[in-house]
Design a protein. Structure first.
Length: 505
């Protein structure tokens, strides 16, 4: 569609724009920094929308590829490209950054230029992960994300931010060490780091299992899967609002993307052999973590645990495919399962990210996370309440909202695999409704018994604009998911073919 290096622009424009925000923060007024960051983020969003609209939905081939020497003596190249899996995630990254910049007008009062620079750096690195087709370039951006995320929690976080930031860094960093070792091993077999070349390699089953677990730790920590999830509630709870939004909308998607880009197509036999292991872990996250959410008294931590439970559908959808094929041979149901995982990644970003943003509006005024400190908010913040209930209904999986589509697709496909898997997956709909509606009842309804609640101001200005944008996406994907499905269907079909081909020696 164009010879412009659009992917490089999306990666490096926000990174370069962060430099003056860091260097000139003493001379730059807060609103000047906000307008500058908003302009950059809107340019990136415009470019990503242009790419999305003009994306060729008839092919699974990589598009907008860029290929330049990096360290050619080691087989490393600056190799970028997008397909139907990465394109929606890149657009999501640009959209999320716009929301975070808009939220900075009301939710950030200290070190505003540095705060915005941190999230611009993060956007560039995230787009780099989703577009890298060289494994070492992928690893470079994967690790680069840790620095701005660590800073956002450690500098702008809440009371226990140092502990949460260090825990986040240690979990995610050490989870990636084995991934680097696996990438180097794959390089020794392929003679280079090009990810598409890895899809043609053959290994023994034991080799595949070792490669699988090397990737598994890195991706499972990011999702996060049980029992590697304990860093997320702390990170979410202590992170600033922007940090929580980017964790929910983007960071957790890196793990799901890793399973789709690396694990399934590179070691399909290991994925087949370990499919029930992954399904059980996913169901455990869906059910057990939902029960943990029921016991929470901290509103932000409850939303954080709900994120873990909903992301369980992503890994469940990814690894149901082999069981479906074994039991029924039904390729359409396996395709539906992968599609459901992909839709769930996108829809979860809007629903969960919106709830964290909405919580930030209340927290800025009340400075408390305890559910018992709220009550009767609907009487003083009716507009805010309407938005939050829409976000909560998406979190529950109400038909007509984005939260319903992905989970329904995965549950529907699970019927072809195992009735007990369907039962436990479907139980999340009941448990999700229980903890979400319990929170909504306690926070928004009943008499106003707290003077701080009586003094709350309803949303207006940029907060309303952010909520309208998020609401529009939640409803659009809920009533017309084809806007997503048409983009990644050919790529999902190609991925399924790769995932069902044995590559045993």
């Amino acid at each position: 569609m164009t010879r412009l290096p659009l992917l490089s622009i999306l990666i490096w424009l926000p990174i370069l724009a962060a430099v003056p925000l860091f260097l000139m923060h003493k001379r730059m007024k807060d609103n000047e920094a906000r307008w500058f960051a908003l302009l950059v983020s809107l340019v990136c969003l415009g470019l990503s929308v242009f790419m999305y609209v003009n994306f060729d939905t008839t092919t699974a081939s990589m598009q907008l590829t860029e290929y330049l020497p990096w360290v050619p003596s080691l087989g490393m190249h600056y190799y970028l490209g997008v397909d139907g899996i990465s394109m929606p995630l890149i657009a999501l990254s640009a959209f999320t950054t716009v929301i975070i910049v808009l939220a900075s007008w009301t939710m950030v009062t200290e070190k505003v230029p540095q705060y915005l620079a941190t999230f611009l750096l993060m956007q560039g690195a995230v787009v780099g992960v989703f577009s890298a087709l060289d494994a070492m370039l992928f690893y470079f951006f994967w690790e680069a994300i840790l620095i701005p995320m660590y800073l956002s929690i450690g500098v702008w976080g809440m009371g226990n931010r140092s502990y949460a930031a260090i825990k986040f860094f240690l979990y995610t960093f050490f989870g990636s060490v084995l991934m680097l070792a696996v990438i180097l091993y794959l390089h020794s077999k392929a003679g280079g780091f090009n990810i598409p070349d890895f899809y043609t390699l053959h290994f023994s089953l034991s080799e595949q299992i070792w490669i699988f677990f090397g990737f598994f730790l890195a991706f499972a920590v990011k999702v996060p899967m049980w029992p590697f999830h304990t860093w997320l509630p702390d990170a979410h709870t202590e992170a600033p609002t922007g940090g929580s939004v980017i964790l929910a909308a983007l960071m957790l998607k890196l793990g799901g993307y890793g399973f789709l880009r690396f694990s399934l197509p590179i070691v399909p036999d290991a994925c087949h052999y370990l499919s029930w292991f992954m399904i059980i872990l996913s169901l455990f996250a869906i059910v057990y973590i939902a029960l943990v959410a029921l016991s929470q008294t901290d509103m932000k931590k409850l939303i954080a645990y709900s994120s873990i439970a909903h992301m369980g559908f992503v890994t469940l959808g990814c690894f149901l495919i082999n069981v479906i094929i074994i039991h029924t041979g039904n390729v359409e149901s396996a395709h539906l399962s992968l599609e459901g995982a992909m839709v769930q990644m996108i829809s979860h970003a809007f629903g969960s990210g919106a709830m964290f943003l909405a919580f930030g509006v209340v927290y800025m005024q009340m400075k408390t996370r305890n559910i018992k400190d709220f009550g009767g908010i609907a009487t003083v913040m009716p507009i805010f309440t309407a938005f939050f209930i829409l976000f909560a209904m998406s979190n529950v999986g109400l038909p007509g909202t984005s939260g319903f589509v992905g989970e329904f697709m995965v549950i529907l496909s699970s019927f072809k695999a195992n009735i007990w898997a369907t039962f436990f997956a479907a139980s999340s709909l009941v448990l999700g409704a229980a903890y979400t509606l319990w929170m909504v009842k306690r926070v928004f309804f009943g008499p106003v018994t707290n003077d701080a609640v009586s003094a709350l101001r309803d949303v207006r200005g940029v907060d309303t604009l952010s909520f309208v944008l998020l609401s529009a996406m939640i409803i659009l994907l809920g009533v017309y998911p084809q806007v997503l499905l048409r983009v990644f269907q050919p790529t999902i079909s190609h991925l399924l073919d790769l995932s069902l081909q044995s590559r045993l020696l």
